[in-house]
Ligand binder design. Structure first.
Ligand SMILES: Cc1cc2nc3c(=O)[nH]c(=O)nc-3n(C[C@H](O)[C@H](O)[C@H](O)COP(=O)(O)OP(=O)(O)OC[C@H]3O[C@@H](n4cnc5c(N)ncnc54)[C@H](O)[C@@H]3O)c2cc1C
Length: 510
């Protein structure tokens, strides 16, 4: 039997939210330990040589507009711990079958000129719409990237937009991208360019809530860029962990938490798979909601268990990383300069992706989020060589190695349509299906990359309707993963918010 260890606070899981929670607690003087199930830190923010030596691939996430805009990361000296953001010349490009591409530049005017070249009037419509929101971006950021309830952000919104403008903004939250595109654009290129960003989430472009999902990513492109860390995504994790350690925080790897212990309605600590017991009055779980319920078991009040069990996850994912003999030969020149390429073409094809996956059909022409970080960061590959990264959502029918490999071929075919000659450049590739993803990180439930679906109700009330959604009925136990408000992407807000509430409730100095 192993000796019990004591801490002021325990964080279960070392994803960006776990690390943000631990940093918040350590900055308040708490002795904090992070227990991570995997042999590596960082959750879905990791880089590895997945294909060949010298080719640095981002095993999961790769492009970080929300991190660059995050008010949580802005409070941390991450540059001092090695973080260096690389901004590609073009944040995102959306190639079309005619060989041209919609492009998102950081500069709004340049984007507008480009969209106007593709279809006169679309660029000026975007400049006027986006300009209006960018002038009020701080209020928008405080609302979307603040914790829940968004009281401070909401108050700033009213100040920045006025009452009528705030109501218009509330309408935007309920609008579809299809509607917003019809309001702004007459050309197909700009419509597809907007729809591609919607598909970073799992809600279709014709559904409520999709307008802000897509448009917000474009606005982030102008306000903060779509950068990646020099040297790989893992550098962000290393910077967070380095800062945490400088504050006295401790991280234990290969430490899967198997049980969260309670006594008299309060959290008492956790039990690790190897039998180690940790005691602490605060536990923040960077886990999925269902994992939290399993870890607590019967000690969780039945009503909360029933309500949290309703939380639902998004579709499965197939991800491929390539080692390439040269840069991806996109026909559209803008796509050659972009860090991220949305591969799918016309807006109907993009829309068909979500519909097919919902119906359980395998999309023959899948929509891909494609990253080519080595274009702006040569440190990712040997001289003259390149990396590529792509993922797409799939229905349940894509199960088992054979089906996953077949889908990786469809993904390659899709790239080939917009970049003829891509296949010939492939030196090697590494394919992950839904089961592989979940085995590498238990939070990727069924291969869902988002920590839960982004249906409108579950985006606002995440993980469930509550004024403090990070709280659980067990005193001292908090949920602070991407399954809580404001959800997925790498920004640390859920973890930071959960830890802030934990400190406030422990009635000790913040
Ligand atoms: C393929 C893919 C691509 C993505 N692309 C992007 C992108 O480009 N940009 C972006 O912003 N976001 C992207 N995301 C989403 C983003 O990575 C996540 O939203 C983010 O990592 C969530 O952070 P988290 O801390 O909540 O959880 P995670 O990063 O998932 O970390 C959770 C950690 O908890 C650990 N854990 C779970 N249970 C236990 C336990 N019982 N005991 C101990 N440890 C445990 C896990 O091992 C894991 O390390 C992507 C995700 C995936 C999977």
């Amino acid at each position: 039997m192993r000796r019990a260890q004591q801490a002021d606070a325990i964080v279960v899981g070392s994803g960006p939210n776990g690390l943000a929670a631990a940093i918040r607690l350590a900055r308040a003087g708490r002795a904090v330990v992070v227990l991570e199930a995997q042999p590596r830190l960082g959750g879905a923010v990791v880089s590895q040589e997945l294909t060949r030596p010298g080719f640095v691939s981002d095993t999961f996430s790769a492009v970080y507009p929300a991190a660059a805009a995050s008010p949580v990361f802005a409070r941390m000296p991450l540059q001092d711990h090695g973080l260096d953001w690389v901004h590609p010349e073009i944040a995102m490009a959306h190639p079309m079958p005619d060989g041209r591409a919609g492009a998102l530049y950081r500069d709004l005017r340049r984007t507008a000129e480009h969209l106007d070249e593709l279809h006169p009037g679309d660029g000026s419509a975007w400049a006027s719409w986006a300009g209006h929101h960018l002038e009020r971006f701080e209020a928008l950021r405080a609302t979307v990237l603040g914790g829940f309830p968004p009281v401070v952000g909401g108050a700033r919104l009213v100040t920045a937009y006025g009452l009528q403008g705030t109501l218009e903004f509330a309408r935007l939250l309920l609008t579809s991208a299809d509607q917003l595109a019809s309001d702004l654009f007459t050309g197909e290129h700009a419509r597809a360019w907007l729809f591609g960003s919607v598909l970073h989430g799992d809600v279709g472009a014709e559904e409520s809530g999709s307008a802000i999902a897509g448009a917000y990513l474009q606005l982030l492109g102008h306000a903060a860029g779509w950068p990646s860390p020099r040297g790989g995504a893992g550098r962000l994790t290393q910077a967070l962990a380095g800062y945490l350690r400088s504050l006295g925080g401790v991280v234990e790897l290969d430490a899967r938490v198997e049980r969260i212990a309670t006594a008299g309605g309060r959290v008492a600590g956790v039990v690790v798979a190897d039998g180690t017991r940790w005691r602490a009055p605060i536990v923040v779980a960077d886990t999925s909601p269902h994992a939290l319920l399993r870890l607590v078991g019967d000690a969780m009040p039945a009503d909360y268990t029933r309500r949290l069990s309703r939380f639902s996850y998004g579709p499965r994912t197939v991800k491929v990383d390539w080692a390439l003999d040269g840069p991806t030969p996109w026909t559209a020149p803008e796509a050659r300069l972009a860090g991220t390429v949305h591969v799918g073409g016309e807006s109907e094809v993009v829309t068909a992706q979500t519909t097919a996956v919902r119906r359980g059909e395998i999309p023959e022409r899948p929509f891909l989020l494609f990253g080519q970080q080595s274009i702006a960061d040569p440190s990712r590959a040997p001289a003259g060589k390149h990396t590529a990264w792509a993922y797409t959502r799939v229905p349940g029918a894509v199960a088992g190695q054979e089906a996953v490999t077949a889908h990786a071929e469809r993904m390659t075919d899709q790239i080939e349509r917009f970049a003829p000659g891509f296949r010939d450049l492939v030196i090697d590739r590494f394919v992950q299906g839904p089961d592989t993803l979940e085995a590498a990180n238990a939070n990727l439930v069924g291969g869902d990359v988002g920590g839960g679906t982004y249906r409108l109700d579950q985006t606002v009330f995440r993980p469930l309707p509550s004024l403090v959604p990070y709280a659980t009925p067990i005193t001292g136990l908090w949920l602070g993963s991407a399954s809580t408000f404001p959800g997925g992407a790498v920004h640390g807000v859920p973890g930071w918010s959960a830890a802030s509430y934990a400190l406030a409730r422990s009635r000790l100095p913040l």
